[in-house]
Design a protein around this ligand. Structure first.
Ligand code: SF4
Length: 103
């Protein structure tokens, strides 16, 4: 095999695997639903204003995932990761009983 053909093949393989990787990186991670067993256990609501205030007396208006220390979204991200829900995303406007105000 001529070296130019070999380097073309190597480059093509490199490009193909880079494309496959970036497609994976942009795949939309699953969003936590309120039916999720962990969500139910933690009283997670996608809309913090819908939190059962009788059950979760610690909830205070203004608290949401977006200002929780566990929220892994950046800036104005509407969804972000949370260690309570590994591999899934929570809504920035959500809330759960593990809420901890961001310092
Ligand atoms: Fe939202 Fe914080 Fe609960 Fe995670 S721990 S779901 S970021 S309130």
């Amino acid at each position: 095999m001529k070296s130019s053909r070999r380097s073309f093949l190597i480059t093509s393989i490199g490009v193909a695997s880079t494309l496959a990787l970036s497609r994976q990186a942009f795949a939309d991670p699953a969003k936590v639903t309120e039916a999720d067993p962990t969500a139910q256990a933690l009283g997670y609501k996608q809309d913090a204003t819908q939190v059962d205030k009788a059950k979760y007396a610690k909830y205070a208006a203004g608290q949401d995932c977006g200002n929780c220390s566990f929220y892994q979204g950046k800036g104005a991200d509407p969804w972000g990761g949370c260690p309570m829900f590994a591999g899934k995303q929570v809504s920035a406007k959500g809330w759960c009983s593990a809420y901890n105000k961001k310092a």
